[in-house]
Design a protein around this ligand. Structure first.
Ligand SMILES: [Zn+2]
Length: 254
């Protein structure tokens, strides 16, 4: 895999954003395999496709690409807020590639599967001011740091490619968490994040119930927070992310 962008592609573009857009997108189609099915390449979407940039001919998955120079940081700028929320809740969201580059070379590429998106990780930005061409338009940020670790699948890490088999394995594992009901998805990913935050491999119900207050505040319509947490732990156990050691004692499966 050649990690360097092809600079000749940028010659006809004026703005840096456009140059990077063209170079990073072409880079994907020339170098990347499909992280969902292992197909040897991904293709460019027809021009002006509203949401996705590339797709896989074999499995039909579509991907949006967001890139940033030097450091991804906590937030990633995305498009219109309402469109994004609609996409997430109607399950037509593409997969997301998050690319970090430095000196026109890819240093990190991470796949965020579409089923890791909840309204919670989409931040509404301030409407554009009256002086702007698109006045009143409301954009959004993806709160990247709020996405649990299991939803950030490394394809390139620190300038080094991750083995294809490992990427596919991580995606298959993450896919077990897929749920299309947006409320259930919110609960599941929230409890998963709490489990991730607990510093030890073995933990107890008391460790996880410490988050009941936070979770209850986030899901106000639900009064039986502890029961809901237990239900998510069962789901995580059934999907192989944790094991039940004994009554009220759990172990994380790495
Ligand atoms: Zn594919």
């Amino acid at each position: 895999m050649n990690l360097q962008f092809d600079e000749s592609l940028a010659a006809n573009y004026k703005s840096t954003a456009q140059k990077i857009r063209v170079m990073s997108e072409v880079w994907l189609t020339q170098n990347l395999f499909c992280p969902c099915c292992g197909n040897i390449r991904v293709e460019k979407m027809p021009n002006n496709s509203p949401v996705a940039d590339v797709y896989c001919e074999n499995c039909g998955e579509t991907f949006e690409l967001k890139s940033k120079r030097n450091h991804i940081g906590a937030k990633i700028l995305d498009g219109a807020y309402h469109t994004m929320i609609e996409r997430i809740t109607s399950n037509v969201n593409p997969q997301l590639f998050v690319m970090q580059y430095s000196n026109l070379s890819v240093t990190d590429l991470t796949l965020v599967p579409k089923f890791f998106f909840t309204p919670d990780v989409i931040e509404k930005r301030k409407p554009l001011p009256p002086t702007a061409r698109r006045r009143g338009w409301v954009g959004c940020n993806i709160l990247y740091e709020k996405i649990p670790a299991q939803g950030k699948i490394a394809v390139i890490r620190g300038g080094t490619e991750v083995a294809v088999a490992e990427v596919l394995r991580s995606y298959d594992k993450a896919k077990k968490l897929q749920t299309n009901n947006i409320n259930l998805r919110g609960w599941l990913l929230d409890v998963l994040k709490c489990v991730n935050e607990i510093g030890t491999e073995i933990f107890t119900s008391q460790d996880i119930y410490k988050y009941a207050g936070i979770l209850g505040a986030k899901h106000e319509q639900n009064r039986h927070v502890e029961a809901k947490i237990r239900q998510q732990l069962q789901f995580l156990r059934d999907k192989g992310f944790i094991e039940f050691v004994s009554r009220g004692v759990y172990r994380k499966v790495v």
